[in-house]
Design a protein around this ligand. Structure first.
Ligand SMILES: Cc1ncc(C[n+]2csc(CCOP(=O)(O)OP(=O)(O)O)c2C)c(N)n1
Length: 589
């Protein structure tokens, strides 16, 4: 019989075979189908690392916990599975915080396992605990954004809490769950069958037939209806159901930033993205609609032009039917005629089935109007697709990227011209291939998330399109890609500054103080390509616009990670919608 440590289930029972918790936990993670964990070591988690090292689970070690958290996020988005992050306490937990919050705001399922100080040090303020004003409570830093924050106070609770975490993260509205584990618990003995409980298979909520009939009738009889798709449509893998519904009733489809890809960009019923960085045809059609059926969206500020009725949505008089996995989202920002809590895929499938063959209002020249509206907007920049200007025009960078990356390749953006430009001007035809940080819009997301995307789909292209500001937040992603042998590409749009914010500041204040990269009063640009080579990766500097296409094709064919640095003019993305921060700024003397 093994020696029984203080954290066993029942020391008085007759001989229960026990094993060390970290090994049992690792086997449980294997049984759950976990194939990869991203993280960064610390003395609180090496017991688990030892077990992971002996398991089938791949551990990808990053040089910063924020990188690990974004990589988990990218993996979860691309694979559709719950991602797993492993982090040390104190500085590890706080470093990962931004990445986990980013995942939370985009409803990405994630389980965060964090080591903590030994449980018997409660209240003594041990090494690296975030304390001072609160004892043994550092996990609460995650409270405003995690679905649950668990601290495991007794070893016998670890199996039950792990089961809860893997049950809750993907269910309902997905999101991160933190399991904070005092390090002695990883080394405690537990009965060999302690992790017997797997998360229950779950059926997801659908819509009752009467409500389905009501919504389909409302769509069919409306004169100017719009289907409005959010990221929830993509995460539920419900794009073909959306297309079937739209086509059955000839209803145009607009989408949020995260909803891009809900219909192929060349679909004749696709209006495009709404909001500040949206398309005029999308904003105008939504604003003048008589009915909007919104699915899997928060109707968030950026996509709704700060909820100003003059730009994107005018509800009322437009009637709103809102279908979402989370009842808390319904009615938050707009008066709602009908709220439905349902899984997007089941709801859209039921609506599409009921809509098939149903008579609907004559939509007139709807498809022509959409085509004309999209073409008119593109005419603002389509001449730039072939521009030889150097430093390059951003539109030419997008055009070369689209030509080089296969339709099923992933474009993982950061924030800046990359995100706004791709959302607005870059055709996506395969759902799920556009990955972007929306809710928290975290600069630094893209270069790290692409690592997880590539692990989820090693045979597909994965390019992170990122500004030089975003890329330089955590350039050690290159080291991780080298170690993990991930042939990802970072295409760095180099405008020597935090261009998007510089543009805002100069528009309102006539200067871009604090936003551009400068040394001695002159623009300062680091040599990211040389830096990549220093890590052993490939690094390419674009010296004329015509170099980019071949450089991208070489990079995608290479087995090494590649940084491509493309000097670019700091030109703003068009903003057909509205953001009311622009009404707030006031210039003084
Ligand atoms: C972590 C974080 N800090 C600050 C911001 C505010 N912000 C939004 S866009 C941006 C500039 C990004 O610069 P860059 O990556 O060079 O892209 P560009 O805007 O030049 O295209 C900043 C600082 C943010 N979104 N995230």
């Amino acid at each position: 019989m093994s020696t029984v440590a203080p954290h066993t289930v029942d020391r008085t029972e007759q001989a229960t075979e026990t094993r060390i918790a970290s090994y049992l936990l690792t086997e449980y993670l294997e049984r759950l189908g976990v194939e990869v964990i991203f993280g960064l070591c610390g003395h609180t988690i090496i017991a688990l690392l030892d077990a992971l090292g002996k398991s089938r689970i791949r551990f990808v070690s990053t040089r910063h916990e924020q990188i690990a958290a974004h990589a988990v996020d990218g993996y979860a988005r691309a694979s559709g599975k719950t991602g797993v992050l492993l982090t040390h306490l104190g500085p590890g937990l706080t470093n990962a915080c931004t990445g986990v919050a980013n995942a939370a705001l985009d409803s990405i399922p994630m389980v965060v396992i964090a080591g903590d100080v030994p449980s018997h040090y409660y209240g003594r303020h041990p090494h690296q605990e975030v304390n001072l004003q609160q004892d043994a409570d550092q996990c609460q830093i995650y409270r405003p954004f995690c679905k649950r924050v668990y601290r495991v106070d007794r070893a016998e609770d670890l199996p039950r809490i792990m089961e809860r975490a893997f049950h809750l993260a993907p269910s309902g509205r997905p999101g991160p769950v933190l399991v904070d584990v005092p390090m002695d618990i990883f080394s405690a003995d537990l009965p060999v069958d302690a992790f017997h409980q797997l998360p229950a298979p779950m059926s997801r909520p659908t819509v009752d037939q009467a409500t389905v009939a009501q919504i389909v009738e409302a769509l069919a009889s409306a004169e100017r209806p719009v289907l409005y798709a959010g990221g929830g449509v993509l995460s539920a893998r419900a794009t073909s159901e959306l297309a079937a519904l739209a086509e059955a009733l000839e209803v145009p489809v607009a989408h949020t930033l995260m909803g891009k890809g809900c219909l192929p960009d060349d679909h004749p019923l696709l209006l495009g993205q709404t909001g500040f960085w949206g398309l005029p045809i999308a904003n105008d059609t939504c604003r003048t609609a008589d009915l909007i059926v919104a699915v899997g969206t928060r109707l968030a500020e950026a996509n709704s032009s700060s909820w100003d009725p003059r730009y994107t949505f005018s509800m009322p008089p437009t009637r709103l039917i809102h279908i979402d996995a989370d009842e808390a989202e319904i009615g938050r920002n707009y008066p709602t005629d009908l709220g439905v809590v349902a899984d997007a895929k089941l709801a859209l499938a039921a609506l599409a089935a009921a809509a098939r063959g149903k008579r609907h209002q004559n939509r007139g020249p709807l498809r022509d109007d959409i085509a004309r509206g999209r073409r008119a907007f593109a005419e603002n920049w389509d001449h730039q697709w072939s521009s030889d200007q150097y430093p390059m025009r951003p539109e030419r960078i997008l055009a070369e990227l689209r030509k080089a990356v296969p339709a099923d390749g992933f474009i993982v953006t950061d924030v800046g011209w990359n995100k706004n430009g791709v959302a607005q001007q870059f055709p996506i035809t395969v759902p799920g291939t556009f990955i972007t940080p929306s809710g928290l819009a975290t600069m630094g997301f893209g270069p790290s998330a692409v690592l997880g995307v590539k692990i989820a789909h090693p045979d597909r292209a994965a390019v992170s399109l990122v500004g030089d500001g975003g890329f330089s937040t955590n350039p050690s992603v290159v080291a991780t890609a080298m170690e993990a042998e991930l042939s990802v590409v970072w295409l760095v749009m180099d405008n020597a500054g935090f261009g998007t914010i510089a543009g805002l500041e100069s528009m309102h204040y006539g200067s871009s103080f604090g936003c551009m990269f400068e040394r001695g009063g002159k623009p300062y640009s680091a040599d990211y390509a040389a830096m990549a080579r220093a890590f052993g990766a490939r690094g390419v500097t674009i010296e004329s616009a015509g170099d980019l296409g071949p450089a991208l094709r070489d990079a995608l064919a290479s087995h090494l990670p590649t940084v491509i640095q493309a000097p670019m003019e700091n030109a703003p993305t068009p903003t057909p919608g509205h953001w009311n921060i622009n009404d707030i700024y006031r210039k003084g003397q």
